[in-house]
Design a protein around this ligand. Structure first.
Ligand code: TXA
Ligand code: MG
Length: 351
């Protein structure tokens, strides 16, 4: 299969280019497109065959359903069995935006689209290209992140191309995404509501609207928890794993820096090639084979923006070990730490 690359202006998308992609979706094809979080790989959510092709292209396990993307908040009512009051509050405040809500699903949604579950995850992205594509295809669009299963999510069209060239019909290229980590997932199919995956919408902001919102224990887990405790299939699957072994070093920043310096020396003495994922404030302290800064520790939104790109970049340097500095778990830091813990396979050192 030849994968078509279509450049589209993110502020002013050309409707004829969007129509080319929308026609592919309407015909059961697969199109990768930008959202404000990461690139998604889209298929018509109401076409089971298209959704199955999507799973095959990503090599994604069939038990892990995709998020369904819509362009009008009102379209939720067509896909779900009921919209709780608390969901309406969140939709009003945070849509369009990086927030995915879990509802009890309508019978009209094909079982394949939700991996046989009785719930459906829905979001309305805040990106002109994504919204135009959904509108012009006149379908709800199932879209997981557009990476091969287990790889870091793509924040550029180039990342999508590296993983999926020859496996999908087209990629809409609008440059780098703004937020850099995926949407926050909140389960409203039960009460009290529970945050299942931290992401682009901070927990603190959600709590201001829903004071009884809780964090699922998986969000901050520092070791693998029993899979039967997972409320979302994505919690059980291996994620964000580069080829190199990732070690996350957490704690007070002075102690973290000292520990990483020590580990770097030990590894390099053995001939192991080491990369450090540092921050602006600490990067000059390290003498590793590769040192990259995620950004300032005082601007966690920028750290989130850079995270997946830098995981891909250091991996491309062919290092054996990646030592990653922990950051504070506030704002977007909660999502960054969750992704780093998963990328490390819970190989976490407390400095
Ligand atoms: O920002 C994002 O959310 C991106 C962009 C493309 O929108 N999408 C994304 O999709 O990250 P994906 O498929 O990589 O992650 C979806 C997460 C997975 O952890 C999945 O298990 C969970 O949402 N999920 C989807 N449907 C679910 C359901 N019915 N019940 C529980 N969890 C569900
Ligand atoms: Mg994903």
């Amino acid at each position: 299969m030849k994968t078509l690359m279509i450049k589209v202006d993110s502020d002013n998308p050309d409707p004829s280019k969007i129509q080319t992609a929308a026609d592919i979706l309407r015909n059961g094809g697969l199109v990768a497109f930008p959202t404000e979080t990461v690139y998604g790989l889209g298929a018509n959510a109401l076409n089971s065959e298209a959704v199955l092709r999507l799973f095959e292209a990503k090599k994604r396990p069939l038990d892990n359903p995709a998020i369904v993307h819509i362009a009008e908040a009102a379209d939720v009512y067509l896909l779900v069995a009921e919209v709780p009051k608390k969901a309406e509050l969140l939709m009003k405040e945070f849509w369009p935006g990086p927030l995915t809500l879990l509802f009890k699903r309508s019978e009209k949604v094909p079982s394949a689209s939700v991996a046989g579950l009785d719930t459906i995850a829905i979001r309305m992205p805040n990106h002109k290209v994504a919204l135009a594509l959904i509108r012009q295809s006149q379908r709800p669009i199932a879209a997981p992140s557009a990476n091969l299963a287990g790889k870091p999510s793509p924040t550029t069209a180039q990342h999508v191309y590296e993983d999926l060239n020859g496996r999908i019909d087209a990629i809409l290229d609008s440059g780098a995404t703004n937020i850099g980590v995926e949407s926050t997932v909140v389960d409203l199919s039960r009460d009290p509501p529970m945050l299942l995956r931290p992401g682009g919408t901070p927990f603190e902001a959600l709590k201001k609207v829903l004071s009884d919102l809780r964090l699922h224990p998986f969000v901050e887990a520092e070791q693998e928890l029993p899979p039967e405790k997972a409320r979302s299939p994505g919690m059980r699957h291996k994620h964000y794993a580069p080829k190199a072994a990732v070690i996350l070093v957490g704690g007070d920043i002075e102690a973290v820096t000292a520990k990483i310096v020590e580990l770097t020396e030990t590894y390099r003495a053995k001939g192991t090639k080491v990369a450090v994922l540092a921050t602006d404030e600490t990067q000059t302290r390290y003498q590793a084979d590769v040192v990259k800064s995620l950004g300032s520790r005082f601007n966690l939104a920028v750290v989130a923006q850079n995270l997946f790109r830098l995981l891909r970049e250091v991996d491309a340097e062919g290092v054996d070990v990646i030592l990653a500095e922990g950051v504070p778990s506030e704002g977007l830091g909660l999502a960054v730490m969750n992704r780093l813990r998963k990328a490390s396979g819970y190989h976490i050192i407390k400095a």
